[in-house]
Write a protein that binds this ligand. Structure first.
Ligand code: NAD
Ligand code: UGA
Length: 425
């Protein structure tokens, strides 16, 4: 395949991974962002985020990568633009399209007089957005012919490079034959089934997938709360269920609920989209409600063991999942916020997430290691299943004032640590 010339609009987790992986597949990539800092970083060879394996791939492909804050410069020297800007929650859970609108307007201005530029929406957007907002805005701004498509992204943070290069499937929503052919060729090297749909279906596949994964998590968490009361190990139950191929073992890890920049906001956006469409998604609403309550279950378990008032509590794990520095909607935020009503003495440690967490909670005591965080602590809450926590031993916890260890994610081993308890298993 001849190398494609691709613009990536928005250099967050998805934009950076998409662009760097397309470069790895042999294409030339132009990154565009409104953040001057991000673009400076990329130009200077600095990776603005932590994502496993991404920096190495970036260094390897630097010659194929350019970066600018001037979208016109990028549009002039490329043929395809992928929109990868954020689509956060609005005040009432609805999708906030301000970045999408602005990106569409910017592209419209940038491709004025340039025929047939392809614009592909990769951001997660509710059905109808690509045609009624993005395409409409570009049409009004540019006034000339362009081509449109929707290509949702299914990568997971912490595993993003692997997921992008080895996806279970690629979904391409477009009516445009040329867009289909170009994207089919672009994705050909990743060797995954490629599903062609119309644009609205592609948009919905993304929400339906995230909503079902979130449903599995809330299901197993509710069941886990029951299992704990009944003295049953939820993880053995999940194992037994998961052997049934129709159920599958994935996304049945009970714990303190799902966090991150996607499940929480996508579940809410889907609920709002359904309400705006005159129908109600009862199951998904419950999935959200269960997830709202689940993080605080760990404090119920703590309170059964000790009154946390004025005590020193160690919190291990702040990122919403391991192998990322992302703390957006991390269950740790809700837990720490509630814990602060009881005590100011919170000692925190996370291998990558501390810098971002400090922006939200500057008042915590940030430590250099798990061992340092738990020293002199009256209790320890383990909130993210980082690999390094797996190896913690009795010795690492030996500095604790009293040995109350509660896991919010299943990670510790009975061979290494004697007494600890799971939040819902
Ligand atoms: P992010 O917030 O990390 O990054 C968005 C970037 O876009 C920022 O750098 C911002 O400065 C930039 N931006 C905003 N407006 C711009 C404009 N007009 N022009 C150029 N740049 C602009 O977001 P993210 O986590 O990468 O998510 C992006 C989209 O992808 C969202 O819709 C999200 O739901 C979806 N998604 C995310 C993931 C994930 O794991 N993070 C996975 C799949 C899909
Ligand atoms: C998720 C999806 O897995 C991706 O397919 C999707 O592309 C992405 O959202 C998105 O749309 O942004 P991500 O949020 O990066 O990816 O990470 P996950 O591994 O899905 O974990 C999300 C949350 O669910 C984490 O807080 C994790 O701890 C929690 N989780 C996951 C559980 O509590 N139990 C599980 O069994 C699995």
């Amino acid at each position: 395949m001849a190398p494609r010339r691709i613009s990536i609009i928005g250099t967050g987790y998805v934009g950076l991974v998409t662009g760097i992986c397309f470069a790895e597949l042999g294409n030339n990539v132009f990154f565009v962002d409104i953040s001057e800092q991000r673009i400076e970083d990329i130009k200077n060879g600095k990776m603005p985020i932590y994502e496993k394996g991404l920096e190495e791939l970036f260094r390897k492909n630097r010659k194929k990568i350019s970066a600018t804050t001037d979208i016109k410069e990028a549009a002039e020297s490329t043929d395809i633009s992928f929109i990868c800007v954020g689509t956060p929650s609005g005040k009432n859970g609805e999708i906030n399209l301000e970045y999408i609108r602005k990106a569409a307007e910017d592209i419209g201005n940038a491709i004025k007089g340039k025929q047939d530029h392809m614009v592909i929406v990769k951001s997660t957007v509710v059905p109808g957005t690509t045609e009624n907002v993005v395409a409409k805005t570009i049409k009004e701004t540019a006034g000339n012919r362009f081509r449109i498509g929707m290509n949702p992204e299914f990568l997971r943070e912490g595993n993003a490079v692997h997921d992008f290069l080895n996806p279970d499937r690629v979904v391409i929503g477009t009516k445009d034959e040329k867009v289909w052919k170009e994207l089919e060729a672009l994705y050909e090297p990743v060797n995954a089934p490629i599903l062609r749909t119309d644009i609205k279906t592609a948009e919905m596949i993304k929400y339906a997938s995230n909503a079902l994964l979130a449903t599995k998590i809330s299901f197993i968490n509710e069941l886990g709360n029951l299992c704990k009361k009944a003295g049953i190990d939820t993880y053995r139950v999940a194992e037994g269920m998961g052997l049934d191929k129709r159920i599958g073992r994935h996304f049945l890890n009970s714990g303190i609920g799902y966090g991150g920049s996607c499940f929480p906001k996508d579940v809410l956006a889907l609920i709002r989209f359904s309400q705006d469409s005159g129908t109600d998604l009862e199951i998904i609403k419950k999935v959200h409600e269960v997830n709202e309550k689940q993080p605080l279950k760990i404090l119920d378990v703590l309170r059964e063991k000790t009154d946390p008032s004025g005590k020193t509590i160690a919190v291990l794990g702040l990122a919403f999942k391991p192998d990322t520095d992302d703390v957006r909607e991390s269950p740790a935020i809700k837990i720490v916020k509630e814990l602060m009503k009881y005590t100011k003495n919170i000692r925190a440690y996370d291998p990558k997430g501390m810098e971002n967490f400090r922006k939200i909670f500057p008042e915590l005591i940030y430590c250099k290691s798990a061992r340092e965080a738990v020293s002199e602590a009256d209790a320890c809450l383990l909130l993210t299943e980082w690999e390094e926590f797996k190896n913690l031993t009795e010795y690492d916890f030996s500095g604790m004032k009293s040995k109350i260890i509660i896991e919010g994610r299943k990670i510790l081993s009975r061979e290494r640590v004697k007494d600890f308890e799971g939040v819902c298993w």
